[in-house]
Design a protein around this ligand. Structure first.
Ligand code: ADE
Length: 869
């Protein structure tokens, strides 16, 4: 039993990577990458050695500088050993500032990388360019996303110059550990789809970094491991400026001389394989289908023969649902260093966009390994599959590498650890009991959340934070409750023991301004802390991933240049204060008169009719003493808002950012927020007329719902994830036009709607989808969930908070039930005023299966006909 537990614990230590979440600083700045791991081809002085190449640090003479003038032909480099295979997604560079005495920086750089420190490869972007733009001053950090990401242990940063010059650099690398351990795959080259009968699509592996000879790719990694999942329609791509079919690697049946595609996978070490996930297209009406079966052989060492008994797996083909999908192939806990899989065609074309492996890097002799077939769905899109056979090699087939004593030592250590964990769990349960007596005492204190069912208990306990971080230091920060890598509910179920562990460490270094590394070991922090995101362009980041937009590294008005903000600077002296509309974590919102704004904005400005009256605007002003983080968030909000333009989204009119305090000027919505508006009203009836109580009709409520769905439809079309849709974030004007806002101000007024952890995370848990709470996964589908809750608020006239009978802890406990889906989850009740068909629509927004939730377009189309014109 214990071994079984161990296996489950270890074997599911990984799920496929999600580049949107894999953006953790790897430790140049905070010292987790130690000096000895940072080397260089040369250095100018001792005091500009490689160990001083740490972003935002000023030790030594403030940066690494290669010796002499850098020449255009030079390949001077700074090398970082990350200690393990790492999925690198972002690089941040800075010049030498040295408290205003340095001025050297690099305008461009290249990157080389290596798995083993021997064979080096050059990074290229998706269009084949090797050079990255870098700094144009000595102090601002420039953060660049790597498209494609790099999988490697060693990285070399090579400054590039057009003219001889002195350069100095500081660096941070961002990413996460590459648990797959895959170091290369080989396959037949991807092919070109051509008419007749088919559209044109180039299905090659365009970022493959290995050898390409005689129509075969070998020794490298490429698009199948870049974390980019293809769309249902293979012609539609997630990248810009690329060709149709870009996201997939595909092959035509019959072109390879066999009815299958053979791929080999080589790993960093011998591993114990649980499963392989293959993201596959299934556009059957274009002749593309997932594979009909796959057979995988294993070998324990590179120089060895393939073991006799392959694992075979047969899928159930699906001619009804053309969605691309992950097919999970159980690998029977076989030990291997290399795998060879033959994927059999089910139709004319077979296309993959991603392949990942779930394995433990501890090889456990197979005789103690029970044959485990996964009880979880084999495909995330719910297509049924069957196993044909999952065979296990017998003990005598296993490599005896003489490691038995080490193995026993490891197992004993693990058993001891488990005993400690069990003790901790029992202790936590005791603490929970004490806390349950004071159920709502949670906000400012230590948080203990139990997700319990008859069989499992998850304890998420934030560790004590000795130096208390005041909330104003983290005014707008949100953290993931759990390790964001767990994107896969099936994997998550098996990961339950680990969830508690990662939650325990989720407070590690949680403040991106002040990473509190004292709270966790470097290893823990590396693994699961959520210190901050690095990103350059929040809008494009969202465009690609539809994902998180909150925590960012220092962003200054300099790094966020005026070109990023596409609205004009308005002279601040022409904003005449009228009254205070609200107060929040950033500062205050004022109602102001904007003198000469129509002339300033020119023809066609989105201003309401004035009828000769002064133009009123809402001015959100950042507190003068705001922290850098608040400032970053404020500037980002401006940047995002300046690119949004929709009748149901609040319009940014202009800004005052050339001097402090920073201000953003938006249209003024004279009916305030929807929550306040509805909570002060009753449904229209003769009684309300008689008593002069302000009233709304069912048709008003439907009209509001349609408008919100329309605004959200617009955001979704930009792949923009709002993450905090609720009536409190919808504003109304006098004609009852609704515009979606959010942007932090409501948090003081409605603070009980948000769940705080250690004063750091502020989460609207009652509006959040289960996967956002448990997995930290925010997508348009989780916005749809929040839309369902917003509809519920509207039809209860905001008289009640969602799940008002549940404490915050119970809401999270209920989220566990949503996830387990054993019929014990509590749904919001049907509001009295709500037509049954509308409640059904809400329920669909809360579908446990993310893919089964409606789209905003669908919601809009479903709601619109009900509005009386
Ligand atoms: N409160 C915050 N923003 C507002 C706006 N744009 N109009 C009215 N009240 C607000």
């Amino acid at each position: 039993m214990l071994f079984y537990l161990l296996l489950v614990f270890q074997a599911n230590a990984n799920a496929q990577i999600d580049p949107a979440h894999c953006r953790y600083p790897l430790g140049m700045e905070d010292g987790r990458i130690q000096d000895h791991a940072i080397t260089a081809s040369s250095q100018w002085y001792e005091t500009t050695g490689p160990q001083y190449a740490r972003l935002n640090r000023e030790e030594g003479d403030g940066a690494w500088c290669p010796a002499g003038l850098l020449q255009p032909s030079d390949t001077q480099y700074l090398q970082v050993d990350l200690g393990q295979l790492t999925f690198l997604t972002v690089v941040g560079t800075q010049g030498r500032y040295a408290r205003n005495s340095g001025k050297e920086f690099a305008r461009m750089y290249r990157l080389n990388y290596s798995h083993d420190g021997q064979l080096w490869r050059s990074w290229k972007n998706r269009l084949g360019n090797k050079t990255m733009e870098a700094n144009d001053n000595a102090y601002v950090s420039v953060i660049k996303d790597l498209h494609p990401p790099i999988i490697s242990r060693y990285v070399r940063l090579i400054p590039v110059t057009k003219m001889p010059t002195t350069v100095c650099m500081r660096l941070e690398l961002y990413g996460c550990p590459w648990h797959d351990g895959l170091t290369s795959y080989s396959s037949p080259e991807g092919q070109l789809m051509m008419p007749p009968g088919y559209p044109i699509a180039s299905l090659n592996d365009s970022t493959y970094d290995g050898a390409h000879e005689r129509r075969k790719l070998s020794g490298g990694l490429g698009q199948l491991t870049d974390g980019v999942i293809g769309q249902d329609d293979f012609l539609v791509t997630r990248q810009y400026h690329v060709w149709p079919g870009y996201d997939y690697v595909g092959w035509r049946n019959g072109s390879l001389g066999s009815g299958y595609v053979e791929m080999e996978f080589v790993f960093d070490k011998q591993r114990n394989f649980t499963s392989m996930k293959v993201h596959s297209n299934n556009m059957f009406y274009r002749g593309v289908k997932i594979f009909s079966s796959v057979s995988c052989s294993f070998k324990p060492r590179l120089i060895a023969t393939w073991e006799a008994e392959p694992v075979e797996f047969r899928t159930v083909l699906d001619d009804r649902n053309p969605s691309a999908r992950y097919v999970t192939v159980p690998l029977g806990r076989r030990n291997a260093k290399a795998l060879r899989c033959r994927f059999h065609f089910a139709d004319v074309w077979m296309m993959f966009s991603e392949i990942s492996f779930q394995s433990a890097d501890t090889v456990i002799p197979t005789q103690i390994t029970p044959v485990v077939t996964s009880p979880w769905p084999m495909e995330e899109s719910s297509m049924p599959t069957t196993h044909k056979t999952v065979t296990n090699p017998s003990a005598k087939d296993q490599p005896d590498d003489g490691n038995t004593p080490i193995l026993i030592g490891c197992l004993v250590t693990i058993i001891l650890l488990l005993v400690v964990i069990i003790f901790l769990i029992l202790w936590c349960q005791y603490v929970c009991k004490v806390l349950e007596k004071a159920p709502r005492r949670i906000l400012e204190e230590e948080v203990t959340v139990r997700l319990s069912s008859s069989s499992d208990t998850i304890i998420l306990q934030t560790p004590p934070v000795p130096p208390r971080v005041s909330q104003m230091d983290h005014p707008y920060e949100r953290v993931f409750l759990l390790d964001p890598q767990y994107q896969d509910p099936a994997g998550l179920r098996n990961k339950l023991p680990e969830l508690s562990r990662s939650a325990e460490t989720s407070a590690c270094g949680g403040g991106y301004a002040e990473p509190d590394v004292t709270q966790c070991t470097p290893h823990q922090c590396f693994q699961s802390s959520v210190p901050h995101y690095a990103e350059t362009d929040i809008v494009s980041l969202q465009g690609v991933t539809g994902s998180n937009m909150y925590a960012v590294p220092a962003l200054t008005v300099d790094s966020l240049t005026r070109k990023d903000i596409s609205v004009a600077e308005f002279p601040r002296h022409r904003l005449l204060f009228r009254e205070k509309l609200g107060e929040g974590q950033f500062g205050e919102v004022h109602l102001c008169e904007a003198e000469g704004l129509p002339e300033f904005l020119g023809e066609g400005a989105p201003l309401p009719d004035r009828d000769g009256r002064p133009v009123l605007v809402a001015v959100k002003q950042l507190r003068a003493d705001a922290t850098n983080n608040a400032r970053n968030d404020f500037l980002k909000e401006i940047k995002i808002m300046s690119r949004l333009n929709d009748p149901n989204i609040i319009q940014l009119l202009c800004v005052c950012v050339s001097s402090d305090p920073l201000c953003m000027v938006t249209e003024y919505m004279d009916n305030g927020d929807l929550n306040m508006f509805l909570s002060q009203r009753e449904m229209e009836s003769t009684l309300t007329h008689a008593n002069n109580i302000p009233a709304v009709s069912l048709s008003d409520l439907l009209h509001m719902s349609v408008q919100i769905s329309s605004g959200m439809r617009y955001l979704a079309s930009l792949n923009f994830v709002h993450r905090d849709l609720a009536t409190r974030n919808c504003l109304l004007d006098r004609r009852l036009t609704i515009k979606i806002a959010d942007f932090g101000m409501s948090r003081n007024l409605y603070s009980s709607d948000y769940y705080r952890i250690q004063g750091r995370a502020v989460l609207p848990i009652r509006w959040m989808a289960w996967e956002s709470i448990l997995l930290g996964k925010f997508t348009t589908a989780s916005d749809v969930w929040a839309f369902g809750v917003t509809l519920w608020e509207i039809f209860t006239l905001c008289k009640e908070q969602p799940y008002s009978l549940l404490s915050d802890e119970q809401v999270i406990e209920n989220t566990g039930e949503f996830f387990r889906n054993q019929g014990r989850q509590i749904f919001l009740f049907a509001p009295l005023l709500c037509p049954p068909s509308l409640f059904e629509l809400m329920m669909r927004c809360w579908d446990r299966d993310i893919a089964d939730r409606p789209t905003f377009e669908g919601l809009y189309q479903a709601l619109r006909p009900h509005v009386v014109q």
